[in-house]
Design a protein around this ligand. Structure first.
Ligand SMILES: NC(=O)c1ccc[n+]([C@@H]2O[C@H](COP(=O)([O-])OP(=O)(O)OC[C@H]3O[C@@H](n4cnc5c(N)ncnc54)[C@H](O)[C@@H]3O)[C@@H](O)[C@H]2O)c1
Length: 324
């Protein structure tokens, strides 16, 4: 009998495992999509034309859950990768994913995990792992995703979360500083999304990708000047919409979350500024920073089968702070 992991390496097998037995749904493995596109002479698999010049409907992998789905919002059975989950928001998201029954969560991080990571790993034996990965290096990302599949047999979700900011007046940024921000926040997120998508397609998994964008993708951060950072996050939020459109045919969903102020090392300086309370007062909304775990429910939803028709959106989770 074929093992589960054998089946996972056969895209048509996994499609049969996960598709609802509904006559109306189009069920087709990625390999089948490619061969159908090829036999119709299509170059990109999105639109097939026949000799008479008629356009046929594109073939889409259907993301609907099985007919016996219990409609609970849960990550039961899912393997999720989170970049930058050794601390901060990523670590909080890992905790909420594990609390919502994710089978395993991998932190893809550049630095060795600390005490907080170890505590969560001990509380969730064999379910929370660290893999060394530099998301700015595409090879490193691909190798790490391969390692997840080798260890766990599958990958269902990718949270492209690792990122950094720099607060200083726009006129003071030099090119190396800009490159550092864009390399991590935009190129890193892009490599994670594309590497995960390629693996989902290879394995026939209807995966979910969630980017951590930011409220600064919508409007300025009045607590600290950070024009390039806002630019990187606007790029990420925009990318999510376009990738969602491109990859719908593969059954891959792509969304983003825009946090407001969250209590992590990134915001330590903002919170300790002498005029912080006054700034918060004038921001409006909830005059406090979020615990990273308060973002988790939105990510869990987007990663879950509860969100099979949710793609290409951004969810601001910001206590309506500065939402003007
Ligand atoms: N903290 C906030 O208020 C806030 C608000 C909006 C958006 N965000 C975004 O949330 C994400 C997480 O922020 P945070 O506050 O938890 O930051 P953080 O600095 O606490 O954590 C970032 C993590 O990313 C890791 N990392 C850095 N470079 C990496 C690389 N090249 N490869 C892999 N991992 C790398 C770090 O080691 C760290 O564990 C970022 O994208 C940030 O822009 C944060």
């Amino acid at each position: 009998m074929a093992s589960t992991s054998d089946k996972l390496h056969d895209p048509s097998a996994i499609d049969n495992l996960t598709q609802p037995p509904q006559a109306s749904s189009i069920t087709m493995s990625p390999a089948a999509i490619i061969s159908e596109a090829a036999s119709n002479g299509a170059s990109n698999g999105t639109t097939n034309s026949n000799d008479a010049g008629q356009t046929q409907a594109p073939v889409f992998l259907n993301t609907q859950p099985d007919s016996d789905h219990d409609w609970k919002i849960t990550l039961r059975g899912k393997v999720v990768a989170i970049t930058g989950a050794n601390r901060g928001i990523g670590l909080g998201l890992a905790q909420v994913c594990l609390a919502n029954d994710a089978k395993e969560v991998y932190s893809l991080d550049l630095f060795e995990p600390g005490e907080e990571f170890q505590q969560l790993a001990i509380a969730n034996p064999k379910r929370f792992h660290y893999l060394n990965c530099d998301v700015t290096n595409e090879e490193s990302v691909i190798k790490t995703i391969d390692q997840i599949v080798a260890q766990s047999g599958r990958i269902d979700g990718m949270i492209a979360n690792a990122g950094m900011t720099k607060h200083q007046p726009a006129l003071n940024f030099d090119r190396p500083q800009l490159e550092q921000l864009f390399n991590l926040n935009v190129f890193g997120a892009y490599f994670c999304a594309t590497a995960a998508a390629k693996k989902f397609i290879e394995l026939g998994i209807k995966g979910s990708i969630v980017f951590t964008a930011s409220m600064t993708s919508y409007r300025p951060n009045r607590a600290g000047p950070s024009a390039p950072y806002g630019g990187t996050k606007a790029a990420v939020r925009n990318m999510a919409h376009t990738l969602a459109m491109e990859w719908a045919k593969h059954g891959i969903r792509v969304n983003s979350i825009s946090p407001g102020f969250v209590r992590t090392q990134m915001t330590a300086k903002i919170e300790s500024a002498p005029d912080f309370q006054l700034k918060m007062q004038y921001y409006g909304g909830m005059p406090r920073l979020a615990d990273p775990r308060e973002l988790g429910g939105a990510y869990v939803y987007l990663l879950s089968e509860g969100a099979t028709y949710t793609t290409g959106i951004d969810i601001p989770v910001a206590g309506i702070v500065g939402a003007w």
